[in-house]
Design a protein around this ligand. Sequence first.
Ligand code: NI
Ligand code: MN
Length: 230
Amino acid sequence: MVKLTFLGHSAFMLESPKGIILIDPFISGNPQATCKADDLNPQWILVTHGHGDHLGDAISIAKRSDALLIAPFELASYVQKSGVNAHPMHIGGGHAFPFGKVKLTPALHGSAVEDEHGMVYTGQPCGFLVELEGKWIYHAGDTALFGDMELIGKRYNLDVALLPIGDNFTMGPDDAAYAVKLLKPKVVIPMHYNTWELIAQDPLKFAEKIDPKITRTVILKSGESYTIDQ
Ligand code: NI
Ligand code: MN
């Protein structure tokens, strides 16, 4: 059994019999957060890019829980300087971890961390294909719609796609609905919306654009979970 819990914005917790994985754990300062960063005890943390609303609490959680942080090479190198145990990967590369497989996909976006040195660029942003208990989950990260989503849809039988719909910084509802046509996941869960006024969206309007014969839309409130069955 694989349980996905939405932690608000683009943050998710994935639980399987093999352990707990966080993706983009932005909790502190996240208006949608319903838990505390200190309450999360993952073994692995996946981070798509360096922006504050994705790297979030990853460094402090990784240090406290001794989790392995998995990220694109430049971002992994950045967090290693803070003493975090990190596993660098890059776009197109896959690796088998104790919990299952991870493969990095492209994402059309930027990646930088703002710290005491100003803006530190952290290479390419990514999305993640994650295999858990034979189920495939795609977390698109922050991205525009791109044609190679069709390739991802052809090569992976996606059980769940986590797609941004907020517009302005990422795909909006129209482009995200088109992405669903290309990816053909069994379930789509919208993310990266309503955190701030600038990315306000009605997820029901997004759901109306999805063909329910191919893909079921599951709208999660922060703190709610979806369990992948069978
Ligand atoms: Ni971003
Ligand atoms: Mn973002």
